[in-house]
Write a protein that binds this ligand. Sequence first.
Ligand SMILES: Cc1cc2nc3c(=O)[nH]c(=O)nc-3n(C[C@H](O)[C@H](O)[C@H](O)COP(=O)(O)OP(=O)(O)OC[C@H]3O[C@@H](n4cnc5c(N)ncnc54)[C@H](O)[C@@H]3O)c2cc1C
Length: 338
Amino acid sequence: MIQSDVDLQPYNTMTIAARAKHFCTATTLQEVREALRFARAQQLPILPLGGGSNIVLTGDFPGLALHLGMRGLEFEALDDGVRIRAAAGENWHQLVMRSVEQGYGGLENLALIPGNIGAAPIQNIGAYGVELKDAFEQLTAMEISSGELITFDAEACQFGYRDSIFKGPAKDRYLICEVVLKLSSTWAPRISYPALEQYFAQHGLARELLTPAKIANAVIDIRNSKLPNPVEIPNAGSFFKNPVVADDQYQTLKEAHPELVAFEAGEGWKLAAGWLIDQAGWKGFRNNGVGVHDRQALVLVNPGHRCGSEVVNLARDIASDVKRKFGVTLEPEPRFYP
Ligand SMILES: Cc1cc2nc3c(=O)[nH]c(=O)nc-3n(C[C@H](O)[C@H](O)[C@H](O)COP(=O)(O)OP(=O)(O)OC[C@H]3O[C@@H](n4cnc5c(N)ncnc54)[C@H](O)[C@@H]3O)c2cc1C
């Protein structure tokens, strides 16, 4: 079951060639436990892998890359909605489409986000004004040190913007094995996000006639028009989080750049990182096989299948240029390994 010296290029959407000292795909909880025992015995670090759409491999991984391939997707009808129980290895987009095909609303804005269920809670995936946490009920995770299964409800997950306990105090301590979502039968479209509003206005679709499936199709159209398909142009989605700044910094920036794109976020403002990168002149930039997507400056692309350090160097250059020009710090969204 456990292989040695394995190329991870097929397991990351950036298509970075890096090798794992050991690799295995686990399809049952028993296999996950056995893989953990193997790693523990040799004191190997673990790299949990789903679809590999939110990682950057900066070099060879000196431990066990553990691909979580457990399958299983159940819909349980309830009096007031539906409960969806999904194993870590199920594909996120397919789950969204299964739910909208059955007429359930709640996940449609999150259509076409790449990757698997197991990774979705890690950064509380979000798009077009909706986040995983809005439909989240609980998850089951295996503690890496003991192999024990532990349940986390939404509060325990400490979800935030592209954030959860699994990126903070519980980082590298658990493998998410199953996620349970609950969708309510009382549904209202959430289309206040500007790109969605524009889409429905342009297509002459009235709010009263919208269904979860129509919104999912709109989201798919919008995403396809802006974001590169990783199968054609290797990428890891948004490379930077949208930075949140205090009101005074926002006001100063807005005065200097009246067209600044920003959204209110609590007491501060979330700035569109893509706008900052675009204004700094990076959109469409290419150098030696790595670059910035020409339709969305937030996405770094790797059409030359270059190594992780080339991608990281480009990201550093962009972040320091944005810092110099706007005084704003950009933080990467994907996780770097090792
Ligand atoms: C084109 C494109 C568009 C994207 N758009 C969005 C978007 O709109 N919104 C958004 O939020 N994200 C977006 N992303 C990022 C990405 O799709 C999500 O972060 C997704 O949840 C990653 O899933 P994955 O299975 O590929 O995770 P991976 O890349 O395999 O893993 C991501 C992280 O989670 C860990 N991990 C994976 N599975 C588990 C598990 N079962 N247990 C514990 N840890 C685990 C990994 O070790 C790693 O640290 C986009 C990516 C791409 C390429």
